[in-house]
Design a protein around this ligand. Structure first.
Ligand SMILES: Cc1cc2nc3c(=O)[nH]c(=O)nc-3n(C[C@H](O)[C@H](O)[C@H](O)COP(=O)(O)OP(=O)(O)OC[C@H]3O[C@@H](n4cnc5c(N)ncnc54)[C@H](O)[C@@H]3O)c2cc1C
Length: 428
């Protein structure tokens, strides 16, 4: 089995750790790895932002990458944990299927999708990845393998969905896909001038399956929270033509930008341009443009420089989101920190069993900050605000919020074999 020792980080490039990484190719090798170490953590493609998939001992699933079966009539896939959504798209789209739930990048593994119970732009309509999960195989600390579903080992099923890898190693999973008859979607763009107008626009367009808003994080005064809301729905073709997942030429960011590139002045100018260029109206876009626009620039995280980026994604209940988002934006203006990307999503109800899933009824705001020395002070203020308003932070993105902010139930994770820097931080 291949093994390497190197400096490791996730998508945010912060924090980093010197890790020994094993790449098992079979269940037997996974077991020997699990039994060999007192503590280790599973790792997919490292697309979480903070400290979740980091530990001194890491088990990478990237060599467990077989699609075991694909039932093209029922739209059911069985795949090993290290299979990427990107690889599945090449198989399922030509057969007329897509994911019910997908995050904003296709370069994540099935294991990562389950362990963070990822959500997309359609949470009120389709829930999280776990909503479409039929079952999975999980290796426990003693090397035994359990099949988990809503009927079988159901407690473990729900502890694992959103459980950040702390229940064991997901080996493979089966899940349900969604029928599509076209690779195109109708997108409507709506420009709004404030936080209040944004939430009102989300509420008035609840019937659209997909909704996400780009927010100008630096706009102040009367324009505080001015945004561009993007709504989308699949186009249905009566006579479906041959489908293929559209892929554009991918740009690459070959080196780390100097850390001062994304400074407040540049971000301000970019936001002015983005807002001015956005036009109200409708047009046709394809699956890649709708779901994975960031994937077009490989290694875009290097734009933030070697210091990396911190994403702070927090959710608030419906009743407090307008005041909460206003206050959060005011806090960040006062702090002098400038987020390059600000995104708002609406979330629906969380199934009661999905105890660790991040989305709950309300809205979330994700802020991508270049990591500066002064950022932790702002994070502390945001933590206090979010906590007081009954909100929480998404652990898949988190790198430095206070331990309480994930609102996890640590008693659910008895075995401490599966241990990460994140677990160390939140279970202090
Ligand atoms: C550009 C971008 C956009 C994103 N957009 C969204 C979004 O819209 N919605 C959203 O929810 N998330 C989003 N994310 C976050 C990302 O989808 C999740 O963090 C996802 O879990 C990453 O999957 P991964 O395979 O890279 O897992 P990793 O990052 O390697 O690991 C993530 C967690 O899963 C655990 N894990 C991984 N594999 C296994 C396994 N086999 N068994 C047990 N535990 C395992 C790890 O221990 C870790 O805790 C985005 C990330 C990026 C970079």
């Amino acid at each position: 089995m291949r093994r390497e020792r190197r400096e490791l980080s996730n998508w945010g490039h912060y924090p980093t750790i010197k890790a020994e990484i094993g790449y098992p190719r079979s269940v037997k090798e996974v077991r020997s790895e699990v039994l060999r170490h007192d503590r280790l953590i599973a790792r997919g493609n490292g697309r979480c932002y903070g400290d979740a998939a980091l530990a001194p001992q890491v088990l990478s699933t990237l060599c467990l990458n077989q699609i075991r079966s694909f039932d093209a009539r029922q739209g059911i896939v069985e795949a090993e944990a290290g299979v990427l959504l990107a690889d599945l798209l090449d198989v399922i789209v030509p057969a007329g299927w897509f994911f019910h739930v997908t995050p904003g990048t296709r370069f994540i593994t099935i294991g990562g999708a389950i362990a963070c119970d990822v959500h997309g732009k359609n949470h009120p309509h389709k829930g999280c990845f776990s909503n479409w999960l039929l079952d999975f195989e999980l290796m426990r600390a003693d090397g035994s393998i359990l099949r988990c579903s809503r009927q079988e080992n159901s407690d473990l099923f729900w502890q694992t969905c959103g459980g950040m890898g702390w229940t064991g190693i997901i080996l493979s999973a089966r899940f349900q896909l969604m029928r599509i008859s076209s690779v195109f979607l109708r997108q409507r763009t709506l420009k709004v001038s404030s936080v209040e107008a944004l939430i009102e626009a989300f509420e008035n367009h609840r019937s659209w399956p997909y909704a996400v808003a780009w927010v100008d994080g630096l706009a102040r005064g009367k324009q505080l929270g001015r945004s561009v809301l993007l709504l989308a729905e699949h186009i249905e073709e009566e006579q479906p033509s041959a489908l293929a997942f559209p892929k554009r030429y991918a740009l690459n960011m070959p080196f780390y930008a100097p850390h001062f590139l994304l400074n407040p002045a540049i971000i301000w100018a970019y936001n002015q341009l983005y807002f001015a260029r956005a036009r109200n109206g409708e047009h046709r876009i394809d699956l890649e443009q709708c779901f994975y626009p960031l994937d077009r620039i490989r290694n875009w995280n290097r734009l933030y420089g070697r210091r990396g980026l911190v994403q702070y994604q927090f959710g608030l209940p419906e009743a407090s989101c307008v005041a909460g988002f206003r206050r959060a934006l005011e806090l960040l203006h006062r702090s002098g920190e400038a987020p390059f990307l600000c995104v708002v999503k609406r979330h629906g109800d969380r199934p009661p069993e999905a105890i660790h899933s991040f989305p709950e009824r309300g809205y979330s705001l994700a802020l991508d900050f270049p990591r500066t020395r002064t950022l932790p002070a702002l994070v502390r203020q945001l933590d206090d605000l979010v906590w007081q308003l009954g909100g929480k932070v998404y652990l898949a993105k988190d790198a430095c919020s206070a331990p309480r902010m994930g609102r996890l139930q640590p008693q659910a994770f008895a075995a401490d074999k599966f241990w990460s820097l994140l677990r160390e931080r939140v279970q202090q």
